[in-house]
Design a protein around this ligand. Structure first.
Ligand code: SAM
Length: 246
């Protein structure tokens, strides 16, 4: 949650600010309700579901459970991403894991404002494999208005396919997806990362076990990332891509 003493950097019309506040509340209420049932919501524990899986397919059961869940990036992390994109002047941003499109709104606002300031082109490439979530996300972006909606290229389907083609040089990648596919996702986007690009990965402290392969890859000096775990709740990894500089 945002700190009561931290001002928000977000520049957006009031109706967008109100929608964001409402969506974050829905997401945190949902997460609280799940926590009360003691059910897991982390993909890192798919392995633990195996014994209890009603269908015998733990991955399918996990996907069923998550189909109506926001699991939006925390509000303070969204504000940080917006602030960072603004500071970088980034205009090509990839979001791995869009869900109902909450964090996407922040990315679109920041990219739109950078484009207006710099006259550069660019887009937010969003990705989601659940069609109902994609439909809902489009609905929220429409409520925000053309300034947000027009920035977003939503690619529906498996991220390992949707990010294979028509990729710009990427300034920033937000990894907010099931931990198990975060490394294959990074490797799909890697050839398109510009030197100095930033990769942000959510929950790298609370889900460290699930991210073990991703973190090992990013922390191996030969892969060109400089890493820092930012002290947000559950961890938020900021990695700067500087190939050949280790
Ligand atoms: C943590 S949520 C994203 C939350 C979103 N960034 C936000 O702040 O509102 C992760 C999303 O990734 C989606 N996802 C999982 N595996 C995927 C895949 N292989 N391809 C595309 N999307 C996937 C899930 O359906 C889920 O909605």
């Amino acid at each position: 949650m945002p700190s009561p003493v931290s001002p928000s950097p977000i520049q957006a019309p009031q109706h967008v600010q109100d929608l964001l506040a409402q969506l974050h509340k829905q997401s945190t209420d949902q997460e609280y309700a799940i926590s009360q049932t003691k059910k897991v919501i982390s993909s890192t524990v798919i392995g633990d579901l195996k014994d209890k899986s009603p269908s015998g397919d733990a991955k399918a059961d996990f996907d069923d459970m998550m189909r109506d869940k926001f699991i939006a990036l925390d509000q303070d992390k969204c504000q940080f991403v917006y602030q960072l994109i603004t500071a970088m002047g980034a205009t090509n941003v990839v979001e791995a894991g869009t869900s109902f499109g909450v964090s996407t709104i922040y990315l679109a606002l920041a990219v739109a404002q950078n484009k207006a300031r710099t006259n550069k082109s660019g887009t937010v490439i969003a990705t989601e494999n659940e069609s109902e979530k994609a439909k809902a996300a489009r609905g929220y972006w429409a409520q925000c208005g053309k300034d947000v909606e027009s920035q977003i290229d939503l690619r529906e389907g498996n991220i390992l396919e949707t990010l294979r083609e028509n990729m710009p040089q990427v300034d920033l990648l937000l990894l907010d997806i099931w931990a198990a596919i975060s490394l294959p996702t990074l490797k799909t986007v890697l050839p398109h990362l510009r030197p100095g690009a930033v990769v942000l990965t959510d929950n790298t402290v609370s889900a460290a076990a699930g991210y073990a392969d991703l973190l090992a890859f990013m922390r191996a000096p030969e892969n060109g990332f400089r890493n820092m775990t930012l002290p947000f709740s559950n961890g938020f990894e900021m990695s700067v891509y500087l190939p050949g500089s280790a």
